[in-house]
Design a protein around this ligand. Structure first.
Ligand SMILES: [Zn+2]
Length: 478
């Protein structure tokens, strides 16, 4: 049976504010003891009142603008009512029918042919996170540190057609959030999570069939794997003539690599949404939105193209720079200061990056500074050192943080470009290798390389190869 896959994603990302969405408690729970970052507001005490975190709103709006969303002048917050032990208020403050942003789009590039595809964004809205349940033996424990943390929920249109597209879209979103700075979007710290909706339909039909929503996927890998599994499961149902007839919510069991039915999917009516009475509607001034838009940094889609066009980076290098903006900036500074983007590519994206990867550290924490690499490249340009010596020097700088010029001097690595000195060595090599010289004169072109090799060996590789070649040609004839 010819079936088409329809996927939509909801992405929750923790906003990188210092405090929570409705109170002044710290938003950094990574190493905190359980229940230390709480107050009456985020513990849901009766009578405690929420106050909107302005910074969280600004980050939400900036991200929405980066996703090409439009920002309505008026939006509001709503209560989404449900009971769960990690939700002390008995409701979540979210946005239902009037979110802060609607109708955006993101471009993704798929497959080896690099086909570009646009994915619609339905909305980005703000809401608070719940606490965290931990199950230990017979006990269930609850930690409210994350209760009230600010989240952006980014909802896509059902435009994705395969797990690969879903992954590419999620990865692009992560890069956009990190570039904007609105979220660290660190999957390991749980700062970015996905709910994926999947359904199938016969090719050629345009209606949507009941979907399964896979909850709380917390890595790109599990997103892809869960989608593949769910597609296979639904395909089998279609082929039995028994396609899904109701919407369901399923969980992903990582250990067994399968989804499991949790419940019939809730509809909006189940949540009894109503306007949040403790928060007034939000009226946004155009000038504020324009200001935020003007503050947006260069976004990944534009940055990639510029890196390729301006500096000749490969697709892979551009992608590294996009997902590692510090390294990208480091490279740009080196390339601009030396006017040698090609050398800058070699030293930043191969030599330096391989060390950074090995030690898993960011370039901002490395001992190598922009000016170090600039000095190194300038030394090559000036004929002081060869490119291969330069690589060794950079490794030393990486380890001890010394300026390459100091290392070159201390270790006497400077290329021998002194004509008299080279002349003397050439004469000596000729005198000691009569046989090779004769072979060369008898037409053995390879013997010439051997003579050059002897000079290089005598200078421990430091002779300026161009000068040696010219000199030797002059002496033994060409
Ligand atoms: Zn609090």
């Amino acid at each position: 049976m010819d079936l088409e896959t329809i996927i939509g994603l909801e992405v929750h990302a923790q906003i990188a504010t210092q405090s929570k969405l409705w109170c002044a408690c710290s938003n950094d729970d990574f190493d905190a003891e359980p229940n230390m970052l709480t107050c009456p507001v985020c513990l849901g005490y009766p009578g405690a009142l929420p106050v909107l975190n302005k910074k969280a709103l600004e980050w939400g709006l900036k991200t929405a603008l980066a996703l090409n969303c439009s920002i309505p002048e008026v939006s509001k917050f709503d209560r989404k009512n449900y009971f769960y032990p990690d939700l002390p208020m008995g409701y979540q403050i979210s946005q239902y029918d009037e979110p802060i942003s609607v109708k955006g789009r993101v471009s993704i590039v798929i497959g080896e042919d690099k086909v570009e595809k646009e994915i619609g964004i339905t909305r980005l809205h703000l809401e608070n996170d719940a606490g965290k349940l931990m199950h230990e033996g017979e006990w269930s424990l609850v930690d409210f540190n994350r209760s009230g943390s600010p989240l952006m929920e980014i909802v896509s249109e059902p435009d994705l057609r395969s797990p690969e597209e879903a992954k590419a879209y999620a990865e692009e979103l992560q890069k956009i959030l990190q570039t904007v700075g609105s979220s660290e979007a660190n999957m390991y710290k749980g700062q970015m999570r996905f709910d994926a909706s999947v359904s199938l339909r016969p090719v050629g039909e345009s209606k949507l069939y009941p979907r399964a929503e896979i909850k709380n996927l917390n890595s790109f890998r599990s997103l892809e794997a869960a989608l593949h599994f769910e597609i296979r499961r639904q395909r089998a149902l279609w082929e039995e003539g028994n396609p899904p007839d109701r919407e369901t919510t399923v969980g992903w069991i990582e250990e067994e690599q399968r989804t499991q039915m949790m419940r019939e999917k809730e509809s909006a009516a189940d949540y009894r949404y109503f306007p949040e009475p403790d928060l007034p509607p939000l009226k946004l001034e155009k000038a504020m939105v324009e200001k935020l838009k003007a503050e947006l940094p260069e976004l990944p889609a534009v940055y990639r193209v510029r890196l390729r066009d301006e500096f000749g980076l490969s697709d892979e290098e551009a992608e590294i720079a996009v997902s590692n903006p510090n390294l990208g900036r480091f490279f740009e500074q080196v390339a601009e200061a030396t006017g040698e983007p090609k050398q800058a590519r070699t030293f930043v994206f191969s030599v330096l990056l391989s060390h950074l990867k090995e030690d898993s550290i960011d370039v901002s924490r490395s001992k190598v500074q922009v000016e170090h690499v600039v000095h190194l490249i300038t030394a090559i340009q000036d004929g002081k050192i060869s490119a291969s010596v330069a690589k060794e020097v950079l490794e030393e700088t990486y380890l001890v943080g010394k300026d390459p010029l100091v290392i070159i001097q201390e270790k006497g690595l400077e290329q021998v470009s002194d004509a008299d000195e080279l002349e003397r060595i050439c004469d000596q090599v000729i005198a000691e290798n009569e046989k090779i010289v004769e072979d060369y004169k008898n037409g053995k072109e390879r013997a010439f390389g051997a003579l050059i090799g002897k000079v290089m060996a005598a200078t421990k590789g430091q002779a300026n190869p161009q000068m040696v070649t010219e000199m030797m040609r002059g002496k033994v004839g060409s």
